[in-house]
Design a protein around this ligand. Structure first.
Ligand code: B12
Ligand code: SF4
Length: 451
């Protein structure tokens, strides 16, 4: 029997948040699947930066960039007790809770509510959404999935108020939940290992489609000690490049989308298996796109040919996961990159037409035991290569190889309280790499001008 299912993308609660091509991709994949099973899907996007009611209330909409990133609506709120000592204001990003309540009231006859979660330390916004749903829709079961639910399941079981906590991928889990709860037989069950068997994400549920995130693969062949990719995806699964081209063509022709962001962890690995045939196919079909890679590309995969291909195919936002120029640290954390590879990569990209400001290189700062001099040296190295250093504060993630070291090094109780995973806190700072030292480096980079 067709069920009426309400999907909710909850608020972000943080010291700072910027929409770097963020869309609730996992939840919208589930929406596509539920529709393919004949269910009726409703959606509330607490983060919608285009919400007209919020814009009227706030006086103006948040500033957005034509490439599909920009600000969220936001309100300063009281800090959770655990963060009270941290001297920065704290906000709820997205629509006001009173508007959320009114929206909920418009959805009658809901059988099940599905709520997603992203960063572990954003759980207060998730809990608030669950609490309000429970008040406005008494008796309706609420399921919680996504990154926080997967990485901190015990915390979520004890504190969230949800009836179901789902860890990991949601496709089979959500269909099983519906079958168990309502006794409905399974309809279409996709093969989770065949990513092309999944219906496309239901982006039409968004109020305004300024950009579309694309996944061509799940997982990563590397095992960096600070990263949780392998906890979500056991292997490295890839789609058929022609099916990815079909999807991009669909969003462009039917919804006039130009900007696409890749959420892959390893987009460029084995280029002949994906990126080369995909971009050739898009060209053949006469599609004109801009591509953005906020999640970081692998330095190692860039050759002069690849650089020219990316440049001519419209790759506008290039970010690399480089993390550090310290050889020992590179080796100890997984060996995904070496210094000479970054040098060659930047030179190849420059020859292809990219400018310094176009080539962002992520540097992890605040990993356990790291010294200020390590980060300074890495910044200098990236600048000397001719690229733009982008500081990425280390966020400790439960279950990763580095986690026990992070628990031992952190002045915060990160094992008990996910709020302390917040990258803004620099949870594993030490006497040498202090918050002040980090702030100085950040200010130094902010004042730099790139060609
Ligand atoms: C896109 C992305 C970003 C983007 C966009 C984020 C933004 N704020 O704008 C960028 C690149 C900017 C980013 C930044 C950061 N990120 Co990030 N990011 C991701 C990424 C690659 C994709 C998430 C995603 O959509 N996946 C795809 C969908 C399909 O999967 P999914 O959401 O998990 O959904 C599935 C299931 O979870 C489930 N599901 C989901 N919802 C629900 C709901 C229900 C009810 C059910 C049943 C199931 C279910 O079903 C879905 C389908 O199977 C993940 C890693 C990854 N590979 O997933 C990291 C990840 C979430 N990021 C992470 C980190 C560390 C960061 C940074 C802190 C990095 C840094 N040091 O700067 C920053 C902080 C950003 C911030 N404060 O805003 C960590 C999480 C950390 C944490 N403590 O929670 C992750 C897991 C990666 C990692 N390194 O381990 N990120
Ligand atoms: S290469 Fe990137 S995605 Fe892969 S394990 Fe390392 S940090 Fe994670």
């Amino acid at each position: 029997m067709a069920r009426q299912i309400l999907l909710i993308n909850p608020w972000i609660t943080d010291f700072a948040a910027y929409d770097f091509w963020l869309k609730p991709l996992g939840l919208l994949y589930l929406a596509g699947l539920l529709r393919a099973n004949g269910h009726k899907v409703d959606f509330i996007d607490c983060l919608d930066p285009f919400d007209p009611e919020m814009a009227a209330k706030a006086g103006k909409p948040p500033r957005r960039h034509p490439f599909g990133h920009g600000r969220f609506f936001r309100r300063e709120i009281e800090k959770p007790e655990a963060l009270a000592a941290f001297p920065r204001s704290y906000c709820r990003y997205g629509m006001d809770p009173d508007i959320f309540r009114v929206r909920l009231a418009r959805h009658a006859g809901i059988d099940l509510v599905l709520i997603t979660s992203m960063m572990t330390y954003w759980y207060p916004g998730v809990f608030e959404a669950i609490r309000i749903v429970k008040e406005e829709m008494p008796g309706v079961p609420v399921a919680l999935g996504g990154k926080y639910a997967s990485l901190c399941p015990e915390h979520a079981h004890i504190h969230s108020g949800a009836d179901y906590i789902v860890q990991g991928r949601g496709e089979k889990a959500v269909l099983k939940m519906i079958a168990d709860r309502f006794g409905d037989p399974h309809g279409f069950v996709p093969d989770e290992k065949d990513l092309d068997s999944l219906p496309w994400p239901a982006f039409d549920l968004l109020s305004h489609l300024d950009q579309v995130p694309i996944i061509t693969s799940l997982g990563c062949p590397y095992r960096c000690s600070y990263c949780s990719s392998h906890l979500f995806y056991k292997g490295y699964l890839r789609r058929d490049p022609l099916r990815v081209a079909d999807e991009i063509e669909h969003w462009q022709r039917r919804f006039s989308v130009t900007d696409f962001s890749f959420y892959d962890d390893a987009l460029l690995v084995d280029p002949q298996g994906m990126i080369v045939p995909l971009l050739a196919e898009l060209k053949k079909r006469g599609l004109s796109c801009r591509f953005h890679c906020p999640n970081g590309l692998h330095v190692r995969e860039i050759t002069p040919d690849m650089s020219r291909l990316l440049f001519s195919s419209g790759f506008k936002t290039i970010r690399f996961g480089f993390e550090t120029a310290d050889f020992q640290m590179q080796k100890e954390t997984g060996g995904k990159v070496a210094n000479d590879e970054l040098k060659k990569t930047v030179a190849a990209l420059k020859n292809a037409g990219y400018r310094t400001a176009d080539i962002g290189v992520y540097l992890l700062c605040g990993i356990p035991g790291q010294k200020t001099a390590d980060v300074s040296m890495s910044i200098d190295f990236v600048l000397n290569c001719g690229a733009k250093p982008v500081l990425a504060e280390y966020s400790p993630i439960p279950g990763t190889k580095m986690w026990p070291e992070a628990v031992a090094a952190s002045p915060f109780d990160i094992a008990r309280e996910p709020l302390y995973h917040n990258n803004t806190l620099l949870s594993c700072r030490n006497e040498d790499f202090t918050y002040e030292a980090y702030s100085r480096l950040k200010a130094q980079l902010k004042s730099m001008r790139y060609a």
